[in-house]
Design a binder for this molecule. Sequence first.
Ligand SMILES: Cc1cc2nc3c(=O)[nH]c(=O)nc-3n(C[C@H](O)[C@H](O)[C@H](O)COP(=O)(O)OP(=O)(O)OC[C@H]3O[C@@H](n4cnc5c(N)ncnc54)[C@H](O)[C@@H]3O)c2cc1C
Length: 316
Amino acid sequence: MSDVLVVAEHRRGELREVSYELLTAGRRLADAAEGDLHVAVISGDVEEYAEDLSREGVDAIHTVADGEEFNHDRYVAALVALAGDLDPEFVITPNSVNGLDYAPALAGRLGRPLVTDAVAVDVDGEGLVVNREMYGSKVETVIEVAEGPFVVTVRGGEFPPAEAVAEPEITAHDLDIGDLGSTVTGYEEVGAGDVDISEADFLVSVGRGIEEEENLSLIEDLAEVTGATISSSRPIVDNGWLPKNRQVGQSGKTVTPTVYLAIGISGAVQHVAGMKGAETIIAVNKDPNAPIFDIADYGIVGDLFDVVPELIDELN
Ligand SMILES: Cc1cc2nc3c(=O)[nH]c(=O)nc-3n(C[C@H](O)[C@H](O)[C@H](O)COP(=O)(O)OP(=O)(O)OC[C@H]3O[C@@H](n4cnc5c(N)ncnc54)[C@H](O)[C@@H]3O)c2cc1C
């Protein structure tokens, strides 16, 4: 029996969506390994987070109430202690900025192999099987790591969030974390004052089909009537028409909105890598063979300069 320990992530007082997704990933791995699913919640309002994370499939939640925001040293110390107590075969963290900060240090301290950016996880005998995207997301590879136990970071947007509420056992740990080597002095969002597209529920995303910067006003009008947030493919950012924090994709942000409306975007693998987790994908493209239609739930084949004004009229 091999247990799984998933590490939840929160920021500025809110659990991040990826935490619920990792519950699903962790449960699947625990089922395959015939083990239990444990969840670690460190810092912040751990009682509230533990209640929110009480979802079907979770066997036990472990809280460590120490500090408010993420701190590298605190997370590593708390997780080394929890892993020592629980002895999980797999520790799973989000493949986020925070996760990628502490997971390597944790793996080093525990003397475990680290596998990052998994899009699927499974077990084969005693080993770990991980799917990863490589060569600019052009191929998906399957990696087998024979020698455990393991630390794995899992990409957001790859697993459906665990929804159903349950009543797992919750244990508060009073760990003696001791002196931290570092102090959190403040929190600053990149691109302060601008929106975080990874938190948006409805994205209107624009691609090279828009042709010129002036034409972005059409997309702004559509975003205004729909209440959506604007994001884009990479060429729009490379042209300097939108800031980098609006870019969706492999070298941009991963987004998981309820609706992703892709306008004049071809659907290159590097773009799709960042938005395929959207619940509903709608594409507008004049090329009926554009790859975006392979993953779209709804598609409009047409010239965006005809379609978008009509949509705006209709919505008004
Ligand atoms: C290492 C690496 C990392 C990358 N990272 C990213 C990333 O993070 N995000 C990203 O987006 N890309 C990324 N790319 C670039 C990616 O490969 C594509 O070049 C890019 O996604 C294409 O953007 P696009 O779809 O807007 O443009 P295009 O591929 O040029 O597609 C434009 C689309 O608009 C359609 N169109 C044109 N005119 C109209 C019209 N009037 N009405 C309707 N449709 C129209 C066309 O049919 C076409 O399908 C990366 C590439 C590499 C090599």
